[in-house]
Design a binder for this molecule. Sequence first.
Ligand code: FAD
Ligand code: NAP
Length: 376
Amino acid sequence: MSNSPDGHTKENPYHSELLVNRLMTEGSDKETRHFELSLKSSGLEYLPGDSLGVHPLNCQDAVADLLSAIGFSGKEEIELGEDTVLLGDALSTRLACTVLSRMQIKKFNEIAQASQLEDLLKSENKQSLADYLWGRELIDLFLEFPQQGLSASQFASLLRPLAPRLYSIASSLSAHPDEVHLTVAIVRYESHGRKRQGVCSSYLADRVGETVPCYLHGNKNFKLPEDPETPIIMVGPGTGIAPFRAFVEERLATGAKGKNWLFFGDRSHAHDYLYGEEWEARRKDGILQGLDLAWSRDQEEKVYVQHKMLERGAELWAWLQEGAVFYVCGDAFRMAKDVDQALRQIACTEGSLSEEDAATWVRSLQREKRYLKDVY
Ligand SMILES: Cc1cc2nc3c(=O)[nH]c(=O)nc-3n(C[C@H](O)[C@H](O)[C@H](O)COP(=O)(O)OP(=O)(O)OC[C@H]3O[C@@H](n4cnc5c(N)ncnc54)[C@H](O)[C@@H]3O)c2cc1C
Ligand SMILES: NC(=O)c1ccc[n+]([C@@H]2O[C@H](COP(=O)([O-])OP(=O)(O)OC[C@H]3O[C@@H](n4cnc5c(N)ncnc54)[C@H](OP(=O)(O)O)[C@@H]3O)[C@@H](O)[C@H]2O)c1
């Protein structure tokens, strides 16, 4: 990854033209979109495995709802850093006004003094606090515990700056000069009687103007092997597929001879096969020697990528013995842990290792940088 001569960085983002915003999951109850952004004249360059940071704007409806819940018009003046700005403008462009944290509840309760919140903040009530936070946003706090007499500055002091979000890059510059592609799951859900949406994913889906403020975020720990002949195994369910599209495009464009094996999974084959046509084409032209697909909702019982790994355990073990690099991308909380467990299980059954030796072997893969993760 390199930054441009103009010095585009997180603090000084490049305003990239949005070229494509395409729904990839027609007919699914999940919304995953493919985006293409232009890097023309930016001087920005990236490598497969890098991420793109996107600076979103808040949704106007969410800002209006929050202002009305607190009883402000948005025309109140507040100090933000060195600037004096209108509260409404600050909420639209500079402050995080949805996602709720423990720290915010703590600060809020210095003013509200609510005994229910006091209890939730106690160290022994961590799980209750997590349950309370799940599906609630800042607005819920003000609706549940109305605060009369709060000043606009007091309110603004509860808010954190609006943070950019990272997205794994789904393209290779060799295949798409001057472009960067993303694969984004749009966060939309309903909770406590309100429709909600993720700030940045819904910004990309619904609210971008002509350009998207963005910057490159390198990841030197998630790269293709230096030797183009090294085999690679890629496990990327859901949006975890993104960097592997970049990897395979790069290997195709550069004529890399190493074998490639992809494990992909999502809800249904009919509606959620992200980049399906590309994978089928790569299987036909021999770039993908392995393509295993796990559709979790096409049958009664769940089928996940780790189940496919276990089915192909002998071959997977053989690839790893040949020196393959093993990559995982996507959900950190459940999937990556289960994939790790499957890898250990394969070492026990196919390599006849004890559980302890399998754990040591997995650690050695990590040390040798042959087990790489991009999980979130
Ligand atoms: C290195 C890295 C790479 C990433 N790559 C990708 C990628 O390629 N594609 C991709 O889509 N994302 C990716 N992400 C995640 C991405 O950065 C954002 O976190 C994601 O898009 C959500 O951001 P948001 O602003 O839309 O949602 P936010 O406004 O941040 O809201 C998300 C919050 O909403 C709440 N929430 C979400 N769903 C529910 C629900 N069903 N019920 C109740 N509460 C819920 C949770 O509190 C959650 O934390 C990556 C993250 C990292 C760190
Ligand atoms: N912490 C969280 O709650 C969390 C974590 C990651 C993503 N998400 C949400 O999901 C969306 C991102 O979607 P995504 O496309 O990246 O992924 P995803 O929708 O979470 O999952 C993609 C596929 O992985 C399956 N899966 C679920 N649990 C798994 C496990 N333990 N091991 C292996 N596979 C598993 C899913 O199956 P089933 O859905 O049928 O079980 C689905 O088929 C966002 O809207 C985000 O908010 C939430």
